[in-house]
Design a protein around this ligand. Sequence first.
Ligand SMILES: CC(C)(COP(=O)(O)OP(=O)(O)OC[C@H]1O[C@@H](n2cnc3c(N)ncnc32)[C@H](O)[C@@H]1OP(=O)(O)O)[C@@H](O)C(=O)NCCC(=O)NCCS
Length: 200
Amino acid sequence: MSSSFGAKPAVLRCSRCGTFVDWAEARAQVVCECRPRIDLPPVLVREAADEEREAALALFRRDFGRSGIVAFGQLMDLDAAPAIVAEMDGEIGGALAYRLVEGGLHIIALATDPMWQRSGVGGYLVAEAELMARRLQIPRMIVSMTNDNLPALYFYQRRGYYVAEWIPNGAERYAKRASLAGFGGIPIRDEVRLEKTIST
Ligand SMILES: CC(C)(COP(=O)(O)OP(=O)(O)OC[C@H]1O[C@@H](n2cnc3c(N)ncnc32)[C@H](O)[C@@H]1OP(=O)(O)O)[C@@H](O)C(=O)NCCC(=O)NCCS
């Protein structure tokens, strides 16, 4: 069974030319506000209905290469996790799987269909998860990623998340076992845990 950290097929989309790109071939670069604005169809963000779970899982499997995510020293089964989905034009364009832990809402996985990346979907999903935490009076959001995942480290820190723990070599074993390539060819070594305080 492939239960490792970040099995990463072509899941990112070039913000300049729109081509889908593999993790290892993706590059980080500086851009200003010149990038074009993408017009989204209306987006409905909500808890996944039973018949939407399969589409959400397909997105996660595509992004993470499997339905088990290893973080915080545990293997979590995405099939069993509750999910929030973003529906647009009748399609599931993005999904967020979560679980409730002691004092926190843990975002286990977040994935936007490459077709819709950089158009606000990921932001809507995270905002909805934070709203849920506020409603449930949960004081903390928690998310974990690997050291190479610069798009996600950027995405979350831009949204008020801060690095709470950096676990050196915390992901290396899993990445090696599955021969995973990191973003831009950066070796996958560490687990990075981010948090955000929610005012309840
Ligand atoms: C990380 C990830 C979830 C981000 O999702 P996303 O849907 O692209 O996120 P958003 O569109 O909300 O935000 C991305 C950027 O697009 C910008 N954006 C939002 N709406 C936009 C629009 N209409 N037009 C142009 N740009 C827009 C946002 O401002 C943001 O850029 P900024 O932070 O520089 O301002 C996505 O890259 C992904 O699926 N990655 C693979 C899986 C992964 O690594 N998941 C995270 C680990 S759990």
